[in-house]
Design a protein around this ligand. Sequence first.
Ligand code: X90
Length: 276
Amino acid sequence: MKYKIVSDSSSDILTLSQAPFASVPLHIVIGSHEFVDDDAVDLELLEKTLSAHKGRSGTACPGVDDWLRAFGDAENVFCITITSALSGSYNSAMSAKKEYEEQFPDRFVHVIDSLSTGPEMALIIEKLQELILSGREREDIVEEIRAYTERTHLLFSLETLRNLANNGRVSPAVAKLAGILGIRVVGQASAQGELQLLSKCRGEQCVLTNVLKYMKEMGYQGGKVRISHNANEKMASALADSIRENFHAPDVRFYGARALCSFYAEKGGLLIGFEG
Ligand code: X90
């Protein structure tokens, strides 16, 4: 197998139709329950367990062996991870790359730190597939994908930062800004791959208006958009419609987030990946 794309499960992608692909699950631990974020994960049970649970809950990134298993016997691997600022996934993938290349000197792994997650990773994976299909050499793909990731962005709207704060993924100061009932925070993945809050909103209309405004400011001109949501199809769909109308955008899609992003984005959360 010449090329393979491998991603951790924060990308929400489980299969690709036109290139070899593997998803490496993160884990969600709620008391004595452990959820593996693969295609079999019971998202309803996860939500139920989470709302019934009073104690601590957390997540764990893939280990080196998980990545190695996913690389399989591919000659060239393009591997993408959730932001290294918030997870050990990237470091663990880099260790796997080192082992893989040492063990098989004629094989090659390119690890991309997305500095983001969810739908922005999905866009990068789609682009990798496109580049592989077009028959490009691996050095070209590395260069092209580097340039592409510079113009993709991630915005989000969250109703609570509780799980992010409890797991030390946002500073207590940032967490304090959110968490007021009825207030949503809109923010972006910063250049350093951290959560950066941009504004607070009461009501859905404010979120929709702000997201469109930020997209425009960040250079959006009608390119691809991917939106993931946790139990909020209504807003995801309204946002998709509004982007299609306002920017005459032909390729805007939305879907439910898988376990890892659902856990952190929580009920009502939206993540928006787009091309700037
Ligand atoms: O290694 C692990 O256990 C995983 C930790 C992941 C922590 C962050 C997940 C964020 C999920 C939340 C909103 C968007 C954040 C943008 C980040 C740059 C989604």
